[in-house]
Ligand binder design. Structure first.
Ligand code: ADP
Ligand code: ZN
Length: 213
Protein backbone atom coordinates (compact mmCIF):
# COMPACT_ATOMS: atom_id res chain seq x y z
CA UNK A 1 0.00 0.00 0.00
CA UNK A 2 1.51 3.31 -1.15
CA UNK A 3 -0.46 6.16 0.40
CA UNK A 4 -0.23 9.94 0.29
CA UNK A 5 -1.96 12.19 2.81
CA UNK A 6 -2.94 15.67 1.65
CA UNK A 7 -4.53 18.32 3.82
CA UNK A 8 -4.07 21.76 5.30
CA UNK A 9 -1.78 22.29 8.27
CA UNK A 10 -3.85 21.38 11.30
CA UNK A 11 -6.23 19.18 9.31
CA UNK A 12 -5.28 16.28 11.55
CA UNK A 13 -3.12 14.56 8.94
CA UNK A 14 -0.45 13.62 11.45
CA UNK A 15 -2.87 12.08 13.95
CA UNK A 16 -4.60 10.13 11.18
CA UNK A 17 -1.21 9.00 9.87
CA UNK A 18 -0.18 7.62 13.26
CA UNK A 19 -3.28 5.39 13.26
CA UNK A 20 -2.99 4.30 9.62
CA UNK A 21 0.65 3.39 10.12
CA UNK A 22 -0.37 0.89 12.80
CA UNK A 23 -3.41 -0.45 10.96
CA UNK A 24 -1.59 -1.11 7.68
CA UNK A 25 1.85 -1.69 9.18
CA UNK A 26 3.67 0.68 6.84
CA UNK A 27 6.27 3.33 7.68
CA UNK A 28 4.92 6.82 8.31
CA UNK A 29 7.10 9.31 6.47
CA UNK A 30 6.43 12.87 7.61
CA UNK A 31 8.61 15.45 5.88
CA UNK A 32 7.79 17.92 8.68
CA UNK A 33 9.05 15.41 11.29
CA UNK A 34 12.23 14.75 9.32
CA UNK A 35 12.88 18.49 9.06
CA UNK A 36 12.21 19.00 12.78
CA UNK A 37 14.57 16.16 13.68
CA UNK A 38 17.28 17.75 11.57
CA UNK A 39 16.62 21.15 13.13
CA UNK A 40 16.96 19.84 16.65
CA UNK A 41 20.13 17.93 15.70
CA UNK A 42 21.45 21.11 14.04
CA UNK A 43 22.38 19.33 10.82
CA UNK A 44 23.16 21.26 7.65
CA UNK A 45 19.76 20.26 6.24
CA UNK A 46 18.10 21.41 9.47
CA UNK A 47 19.75 24.82 9.39
CA UNK A 48 18.64 25.36 5.79
CA UNK A 49 15.08 24.16 6.43
CA UNK A 50 14.58 26.18 9.61
CA UNK A 51 14.96 29.46 7.74
CA UNK A 52 11.81 28.65 5.73
CA UNK A 53 9.79 26.69 8.28
CA UNK A 54 9.93 29.40 10.93
CA UNK A 55 8.41 31.84 8.42
CA UNK A 56 5.58 29.50 7.39
CA UNK A 57 7.12 29.01 3.94
CA UNK A 58 7.86 25.78 2.14
CA UNK A 59 11.37 24.38 2.09
CA UNK A 60 12.65 24.57 -1.54
CA UNK A 61 11.66 21.65 -3.78
CA UNK A 62 15.19 20.42 -4.59
CA UNK A 63 16.08 19.96 -0.92
CA UNK A 64 12.78 18.29 -0.09
CA UNK A 65 12.65 16.02 -3.14
CA UNK A 66 16.17 14.64 -2.60
CA UNK A 67 15.39 13.96 1.04
CA UNK A 68 12.21 12.01 0.19
CA UNK A 69 13.83 10.09 -2.68
CA UNK A 70 16.51 8.88 -0.26
CA UNK A 71 13.96 7.93 2.38
CA UNK A 72 11.73 5.99 -0.04
CA UNK A 73 14.64 3.90 -1.26
CA UNK A 74 15.30 2.55 2.23
CA UNK A 75 14.44 -1.13 2.77
CA UNK A 76 11.52 -0.56 5.19
CA UNK A 77 9.58 1.14 2.37
CA UNK A 78 9.70 -1.89 0.10
CA UNK A 79 6.30 -3.14 1.29
CA UNK A 80 4.60 0.25 1.17
CA UNK A 81 4.59 3.60 2.90
CA UNK A 82 2.45 6.48 4.06
CA UNK A 83 3.66 9.90 2.93
CA UNK A 84 2.50 12.74 5.17
CA UNK A 85 3.33 16.27 4.04
CA UNK A 86 4.79 15.30 0.67
CA UNK A 87 4.11 16.21 -2.10
CA UNK A 88 3.16 19.81 -1.34
CA UNK A 89 3.79 21.36 -4.76
CA UNK A 90 3.18 20.30 -8.37
CA UNK A 91 6.95 19.84 -9.04
CA UNK A 92 7.11 17.59 -5.95
CA UNK A 93 4.17 15.53 -7.28
CA UNK A 94 5.91 15.19 -10.66
CA UNK A 95 9.09 14.15 -8.86
CA UNK A 96 7.15 11.55 -6.85
CA UNK A 97 5.88 10.06 -10.12
CA UNK A 98 9.48 9.70 -11.30
CA UNK A 99 10.59 8.18 -8.00
CA UNK A 100 7.73 5.65 -8.14
CA UNK A 101 8.55 4.76 -11.74
CA UNK A 102 12.17 4.12 -10.81
CA UNK A 103 11.08 1.93 -7.91
CA UNK A 104 8.60 0.11 -10.18
CA UNK A 105 5.66 1.05 -7.96
CA UNK A 106 2.53 3.18 -8.13
CA UNK A 107 0.40 5.10 -5.67
CA UNK A 108 -2.56 3.23 -4.18
CA UNK A 109 -4.53 6.30 -3.11
CA UNK A 110 -4.24 9.94 -2.09
CA UNK A 111 -6.27 10.75 1.00
CA UNK A 112 -7.39 14.38 1.09
CA UNK A 113 -8.16 15.44 4.65
CA UNK A 114 -10.54 18.41 4.60
CA UNK A 115 -11.33 21.00 7.28
CA UNK A 116 -12.28 24.70 7.43
CA UNK A 117 -9.64 27.39 7.98
CA UNK A 118 -11.47 28.58 11.15
CA UNK A 119 -11.20 25.15 12.72
CA UNK A 120 -7.52 24.89 11.72
CA UNK A 121 -6.76 28.12 13.55
CA UNK A 122 -8.63 26.94 16.63
CA UNK A 123 -6.94 23.54 16.62
CA UNK A 124 -3.42 24.71 15.94
CA UNK A 125 -3.32 27.41 18.59
CA UNK A 126 -4.28 24.68 21.08
CA UNK A 127 -1.97 22.04 19.63
CA UNK A 128 0.95 20.71 21.65
CA UNK A 129 3.37 17.98 20.58
CA UNK A 130 5.68 15.53 22.31
CA UNK A 131 9.26 16.71 21.80
CA UNK A 132 10.41 13.09 21.92
CA UNK A 133 7.99 10.90 19.91
CA UNK A 134 6.07 13.59 17.99
CA UNK A 135 2.61 12.55 19.23
CA UNK A 136 0.06 15.41 18.94
CA UNK A 137 -2.19 16.65 21.73
CA UNK A 138 -4.85 19.32 21.94
CA UNK A 139 -5.27 21.30 25.13
CA UNK A 140 -9.06 21.26 24.71
CA UNK A 141 -10.05 18.03 22.96
CA UNK A 142 -7.11 15.70 23.63
CA UNK A 143 -5.04 16.85 26.61
CA UNK A 144 -2.27 14.62 27.97
CA UNK A 145 -3.19 12.70 31.13
CA UNK A 146 -0.44 14.50 33.02
CA UNK A 147 0.24 18.17 32.37
CA UNK A 148 3.22 18.67 30.02
CA UNK A 149 4.15 14.96 29.85
CA UNK A 150 3.56 12.56 26.95
CA UNK A 151 1.16 9.66 27.69
CA UNK A 152 3.08 7.34 25.41
CA UNK A 153 6.76 8.00 26.13
CA UNK A 154 6.87 10.44 29.09
CA UNK A 155 8.65 12.98 26.85
CA UNK A 156 8.23 16.70 27.36
CA UNK A 157 5.22 18.25 25.63
CA UNK A 158 5.93 21.53 23.83
CA UNK A 159 4.31 24.02 21.47
CA UNK A 160 5.77 24.05 17.98
CA UNK A 161 7.46 27.34 17.09
CA UNK A 162 5.43 27.56 13.86
CA UNK A 163 2.12 27.15 15.73
CA UNK A 164 1.91 30.86 16.57
CA UNK A 165 -1.17 32.62 15.14
CA UNK A 166 0.72 34.69 12.54
CA UNK A 167 2.70 31.72 11.27
CA UNK A 168 -0.43 29.53 11.15
CA UNK A 169 -2.13 32.13 8.92
CA UNK A 170 0.93 32.23 6.68
CA UNK A 171 1.02 28.40 6.47
CA UNK A 172 -2.67 28.33 5.50
CA UNK A 173 -1.99 30.86 2.75
CA UNK A 174 0.96 28.78 1.53
CA UNK A 175 -1.26 25.68 1.59
CA UNK A 176 -4.07 27.22 -0.48
CA UNK A 177 -1.65 28.65 -3.01
CA UNK A 178 0.82 25.81 -3.45
CA UNK A 179 -0.65 22.55 -2.17
CA UNK A 180 -4.40 22.67 -2.81
CA UNK A 181 -3.89 22.44 -6.61
CA UNK A 182 -2.61 18.91 -5.95
CA UNK A 183 -6.13 17.81 -5.02
CA UNK A 184 -7.26 18.35 -8.63
CA UNK A 185 -3.98 16.95 -9.93
CA UNK A 186 -4.70 13.64 -8.19
CA UNK A 187 -8.49 13.79 -8.69
CA UNK A 188 -7.95 13.94 -12.45
CA UNK A 189 -6.16 10.60 -12.33
CA UNK A 190 -8.75 9.04 -10.02
CA UNK A 191 -6.60 8.71 -6.92
CA UNK A 192 -8.35 11.09 -4.50
CA UNK A 193 -10.37 9.93 -1.50
CA UNK A 194 -11.86 12.88 0.43
CA UNK A 195 -12.20 12.59 4.19
CA UNK A 196 -13.73 15.42 6.19
CA UNK A 197 -11.97 15.64 9.53
CA UNK A 198 -14.06 18.11 11.47
CA UNK A 199 -15.26 15.51 13.96
CA UNK A 200 -13.45 13.12 16.26
CA UNK A 201 -10.16 11.58 15.04
CA UNK A 202 -11.53 8.03 15.08
CA UNK A 203 -14.32 9.02 12.64
CA UNK A 204 -11.75 9.86 9.96
CA UNK A 205 -9.81 6.65 10.63
CA UNK A 206 -12.99 4.59 10.26
CA UNK A 207 -13.87 6.25 6.96
CA UNK A 208 -10.45 5.37 5.56
CA UNK A 209 -10.70 1.79 6.84
CA UNK A 210 -14.10 1.33 5.16
CA UNK A 211 -12.77 2.76 1.93
CA UNK A 212 -10.01 0.16 1.75
CA UNK A 213 -12.19 -2.80 2.78
P1 ADP B 1 1.81 21.16 8.94
O1 ADP B 1 1.17 20.22 7.98
O2 ADP B 1 1.13 21.24 10.24
O3 ADP B 1 2.14 22.52 8.36
P2 ADP B 1 4.35 19.69 8.80
O4 ADP B 1 4.93 19.12 10.02
O5 ADP B 1 3.85 18.78 7.74
O6 ADP B 1 3.22 20.64 9.35
O7 ADP B 1 5.39 20.70 8.13
C1 ADP B 1 5.99 21.75 8.84
C2 ADP B 1 6.74 22.64 7.88
O8 ADP B 1 7.79 21.89 7.23
C3 ADP B 1 5.93 23.23 6.73
O9 ADP B 1 5.24 24.41 7.11
C4 ADP B 1 7.01 23.49 5.69
O10 ADP B 1 7.73 24.67 5.97
C5 ADP B 1 7.96 22.33 5.89
N1 ADP B 1 7.62 21.21 4.97
C6 ADP B 1 7.07 20.01 5.33
N2 ADP B 1 6.87 19.23 4.24
C7 ADP B 1 7.31 19.96 3.17
C8 ADP B 1 7.35 19.74 1.76
N3 ADP B 1 6.90 18.59 1.20
N4 ADP B 1 7.85 20.73 0.97
C9 ADP B 1 8.30 21.88 1.50
N5 ADP B 1 8.28 22.16 2.80
C10 ADP B 1 7.78 21.23 3.65
ZN1 ZN C 1 6.00 11.05 23.40
Amino acid sequence: MQLVLLGAPGSGKGTLAADLKNIYDIPHISTGDIFRRNISNKTELGLKADAYISKGQLVPDDITINMVADRLSEPDCSEGFLLDGFPRTIPQADALNDIMKKLGRSLTAVIDVTISDELVLKRLTNRRVCSNCGLSYNLISMPPKQDGICDKCSGKIIQRKDDSEDTIKKRLETYHKQTQPLVDYYRDIGLIFDVSNEGKPEEAVNKVRKYFE
